[in-house]
Design a protein around this ligand. Structure first.
Ligand code: GLP
Length: 260
């Protein structure tokens, strides 16, 4: 696993955008896995900026979002459909039919989840999956206890996640209790993972995910099993990393490393 420590959230976003841009430059019809939350916002803004400057083209890109709240119509201001359209899709040139976001209003969740998994396979699999991390160590909505080989399915949110996400809703009671989410196994199938985290509220979860044991209690720790995972954190989110100096040494030495 590569760990990149950047000074500020803006530096973190730019570093993550470079990873996405590298994939798109090498493969213009890449399949991207998208994440929601406040952390990847800066990354999306950076990608939009590169697109507006004519440096990134999304006309052949396909996307799959990680998750969606159950019960929120796609027009709800806090639905992840709205989030993605407002913050990213409506600013770039991706064809609408190439966008996939789990449905939080289907009348048959098992069938929808199986279809979503099949759509990912039909698209050739995810080339690069963007990830955030919950303060309880979750990726997507894979809460503590989620099987590390889970697939897309319905999950009950943890109290911690409901508390964390209550800031976006008028009342805590308005936060949905269920979500539909890609599984940890679905995420690990992506060819490349880029996890972003900023702020001191994520320091403990990052330390557990990067340096702790692989455990379903911290589902982000499963990325230790992935061969191409990059964790990009700002200074505050790196605060709990014991091996920070070593990660910085590796990163500084990277440009001079033999290429073949
Ligand atoms: C939600 C999302 C996760 C995201 C997490 C952290 O729970 N399902 O994908 O990583 O929020 O969000 P934030 O970046 O706002 O801290």
């Amino acid at each position: 696993m590569e760990v990149i420590v950047q000074k500020t959230p803006a530096d973190m976003s730019r570093a993550a955008a470079r990873e996405v841009a590298n994939v798109l430059n090498a493969k213009p019809n890449a399949v991207l896995g998208m994440a929601t939350g406040s952390t990847p916002l800066g990354l999306y803004q950076e990608l939009v900026r590169l697109h507006k400057r004519g440096e990134l083209d999304f006309s052949h890109v396909t996307t799959f979002n990680l998750d969606e709240y159950v019960g929120l119509p796609i027009t709800h201001p806090q639905s992840y459909h709205q989030f993605m359209h407002e913050n990213f899709f409506r600013h770039i040139n991706i064809p609408p039919q190439n966008i996939h976001i789990p449905s939080g209003t289907t009348n048959n969740y098992p069938a929808f989840c199986a279809w979503y998994e099949q759509r990912i396979r039909d698209a050739g699999g995810i080339d690069l999956q963007i990830l955030g991390i919950g303060s309880d160590g979750h990726i997507a909505f894979n809460e503590p206890g989620s099987s590390l080989s889970s697939r897309t399915r319905l999950k009950t949110l943890s109290k911690q996640t409901i508390d964390d996400n209550a800031r976006f809703f008028e009342r805590r009671d308005d936060v949905p209790v269920y979500a539909i989410t890609m599984g940890v196994g679905t995420i690990l199938d992506a060819r490349r993972l880029v996890l972003v985290a900023s702020g001191k509220g994520k320091a403990k979860a990052i330390a557990q995910a990067v340096e702790g044991p692989v455990t379903s209690m911290v589902t982000a720790s499963a990325i230790q099993m992935h061969r191409e995972a990059t964790v990009i954190v700002d200074d505050a989110a790196a605060a709990g990393l014991e091996m920070r100096d070593y990660y910085e040494f590796i990163y500084a030495a990277k440009p001079s490393a033999p290429k073949s």
